[in-house]
Structures are given as C-alpha cells and as structure tokens.
Write a protein that binds this ligand. Structure first.
Ligand SMILES: Nc1ncnc2c1ncn2[C@@H]1O[C@H](COP(=O)(O)OP(=O)(O)OP(=O)(O)O)[C@@H](O)[C@H]1O
Ligand SMILES: [Mg+2]
Length: 228
C-alpha cells in the first residue's frame, strides 16, 4: 500500500458554454499523502469548492484523472457506476456551517449516516460514543444542536465526518463561523486526526492565521494548482 491518498492528473473543469462559459481549473496535477493536513487557499471564485467537490466525487470534472487511495476513480469518466458508494466509503465532508439536523440529538446526528449505509444500530452507536469521547463532548450525547455552542457543534460535525472511517476529509472553510480561539482549536483537532488516523485532510481557509498549523499550502493560481 502506498502513502497516496489523493492523486490528480491533468484535471480540467469548466462550466457552461458560449456566453456562460467559465473556465475554472486547467491542467491541475498534484498528489496528497495520508496523514497530511493541506490548506487550500485562493481568492473567492477561484474554484476551491469546485475542486473539493470533484475530489469528493460530487462534481463531474471536464477531463483528467483522479485516484482516491490507490483506486483510480475518474479517467475522463467515473470508473464506477456509483459515485455515492465511493463518497460514503472513503470521504468525510465538513462545511462552513455544521449542518447538523436540528430535530435530532447529537448521537442520532452521528449515527444517521452510518445507519443509512447499513451499519447496525449497535455498531453505529458504539462508534458515535467513541468519537464523542475523542472530541470531549460525551456529556452532550442527548443534547440537541441548538443547546450546543458554535464550536461544540463544529466538533460534532467533524465527528460526523469521521463516522464512516474515511481515508479523506474535505473541509470547506470549517472555521469561517468561529472566533480565533475556536478556529485554532478546530485546526489543531484536524491536525491530530490527520496524524492519529492517517487521514488526508484538504481544508479551504481564508484565514492566514491557520496556515502555520497545516503541513502544506495548496493554491489555485492561473487556474492551476501550485504548492507553496
Ligand atoms: N454549478 C455551477 N455552474 C456554473 N458556474 C459555476 C458553478 N459552480 C461554480 N461556478 C463558477 O465556478 C467558479 C468557481 O466557483 P467556486 O465556488 O469553486 O469558487 P470558490 O473558490 O469556492 O469561491 P469562494 O471562496 O467564494 O467560496 C466561479 O466563477 C463560479 O461562478
Ligand atoms: Mg467556495
């Protein structure tokens, strides 16, 4: 098994055609290893979310190749009939807002997806409790999201992203709604997850103060990917 978590080769992405044509990514090639926390930095509209969604098998590239782990998943077309299956087996998503389900308590928010994937209630709950313990919010198991602080909810959202033991976590501005201290807490937590669980994390951030905590800085410049 190699250390490779994500590999992208000659990736292109445009939207629309004629007057609505937007060229977003041109000929991007890069790879990211397991255990790395990578910051993705670029101006608004540069294509950060689009790139995450292509790696996450949500958005179709225009052309190119993508590997997740050692598995080639895209070669000018998806190589599997079910991109949903790759997503739920390999990838965890974290967004700017926590998107917890407001009418489910914390533990039910964590077990929902694994249960939908066919994991038994018992196994899903044991995993959820393990994650809540890891994130030091075990006492909130029965609480509703509205009863938690912004930082606590974001920790639950990160826990949820880990519930399916993903190899890759894609985080789109996970700290945008948090103050400086909470943001640093979240980044340190992501760093710890990357190291301890050997997960590759790609995190979009607009906050330069978060960069020292990341292993690598990836930028979109002139529609392609460069590393700093
Ligand atoms: N579904 C779509 N249809 C047409 N154009 C789109 C679509 N999604 C994104 N775009 C365009 O692609 C470009 C990149 O958008 P994207 O959302 O990836 O930027 P971003 O770097 O995430 O920006 P931000 O920092 O504001 O979130 C933008 O010009 C946007 O208008
Ligand atoms: Mg975006």
């Amino acid at each position: 098994m190699s250390r490779q978590a994500i590999k992208v080769e000659n990736l292109y992405k445009h939207f629309g055609k004629d007057e609505s044509f937007v060229d977003v990514i041109q000929d991007a090639s890069f790879s990211i290893n397991k255990g790395e926390l990578v910051a993705l930095v670029a101006p608004s509209g540069a294509g950060k979310t689009t790139l995450l969604l292509m790696i996450g098998c949500v958005e179709n590239p225009s052309s190119g190749k993508i590997w997740l782990g050692d598995e080639k998943v895209y070669d000018n077309k998806w190589l599997t009939g079910e991109t949903r299956k790759i997503r739920r087996e390999k990838i965890g998503f974290i967004f700017q807002s926590h998107y917890l389900i407001p009418f489910l308590n914390i533990i039910d928010n964590l077990t929902l997806l694994p249960q939908t994937n066919g994991t038994s209630d018992k196994v899903a709950q044991a995993k959820a409790r393990e994650l809540l313990k890891y994130f030091e919010i075990s006492d909130k198991e029965k609480a509703m999201p509205s009863q938690l602080s912004g930082g606590q909810n974001q920790r639950v959202a990160i826990a949820r992203a880990l519930a399916n033991n993903p190899q890759i976590i894609l985080a789109d501005e996970p700290t945008a709604a948090l103050d400086m201290q909470r943001s640093v807490d979240v980044i340190k937590m992501l760093k710890k997850i990357a190291l301890e669980q050997d997960v590759a994390i790609v995190m979009v951030t607009h906050d330069d103060r978060m960069l020292p905590y990341c292993d690598k800085i990836m930028k979109i410049e002139n529609k392609t990917i460069i590393f700093e």
